[in-house]
Write a protein that binds this ligand. Structure first.
Ligand SMILES: [Zn+2]
Length: 258
């Protein structure tokens, strides 16, 4: 007999969930809840609540008529509906499926790769190995006395303000990345840079590394291509802030609660 397994089933970024009396969950069953398509690999992605977790991708979305309690929802949106640990594991599943999709052929030889472990593939010709690439980005909460620097990036969806953030460049330390991004985006210098915490960001394969810092010197000069607004705000005068799911929000909430 097969074990009860949690099945993370994606069609593109849409995650399959089932509705129970207490809300939505990842389907749990012995057999896959939807037939595994030919050419789709079932990936082991660890355990949750004592159950093995597996992930695979569909080539077409499921139709709601077959099973009305089933729904497919974008991973970001699922944060508002799934228990946190199920959403969190869904992020890992999405990263693994994205890696699987993008490493089907060796980039040097063009031949199909072989899977050698849960998170490893190998080219049978040149023996090169491929593991999931994670893109690190830093984010920093900058305070000046009782105020916090909030910026509005041109590529933000919605109307909220966030914190200064940016991708790590090759050959750079995380600290250098923060100082560079703050200077490039706002023209100010910061001091007392301290590590705060990190968060996987599976959109599609990032990790956010959060810092806190204090304003040191300089006038705000926004980088026009990336930011459309930015200023120091008091606690009782904050603009709209990011959603609960982000590390930006955790950093801001931590400051609000100080
Ligand atoms: Zn190769």
């Amino acid at each position: 007999m097969n074990e009860i397994t949690l099945w993370f089933v994606f069609y593109k970024d849409q995650l399959l969930m089932v509705q129970h009396n207490d809300g939505y969950h990842i389907p749990a069953s012995e057999e896959p809840p939807v037939k595994v398509p030919i050419g789709s690999t079932v990936h082991s992605i660890g355990n949750l609540k004592g159950m093995p977790c597996k992930a695979y991708a569909l080539h077409t979305p499921i139709s709601g008529e077959e099973a009305p309690q089933r729904v497919m929802m974008g991973l970001r949106a699922s944060y508002d509906h799934l228990p946190f640990e199920e959403y969190y594991k869904g992020g890992k599943a999405f990263e693994i499926l994205n890696w699987d999709q993008n490493t089907r052929y060796c980039p040097s030889c063009g031949v199909p790769t072989h899977q050698i472990s849960d998170i490893g593939k190998k080219c049978p010709e040149c023996r090169q190995e491929f593991y999931p690439h994670i893109s690190p980005a830093t984010i920093v909460r900058i305070t000046r006395g009782d105020s916090i620097l909030m910026v509005r990036a041109r590529n933000f969806r919605g109307t909220y303000y966030g914190l200064v953030a940016g991708f790590l460049e090759a050959g750079e330390t995380l600290e250098e990345c923060v100082h560079r991004e703050v200077m490039e985006e706002t023209g100010i210098r910061i001091k007392n840079l301290k590590y705060f915490g990190s968060q996987p960001w599976p959109y599609p394969s990032g990790v956010m590394i959060g810092f806190t810092a204090e304003y040191e010197s300089g006038d705000i000069k926004l980088q026009d291509e990336e930011l459309c607004a930015g200023a120091f705000f008091d606690r009782d005068n904050l603009p709209e802030i990011p959603r609960k799911m982000s590390l930006a929000r955790t950093l801001i909430d931590d400051w609000i609660n100080q």
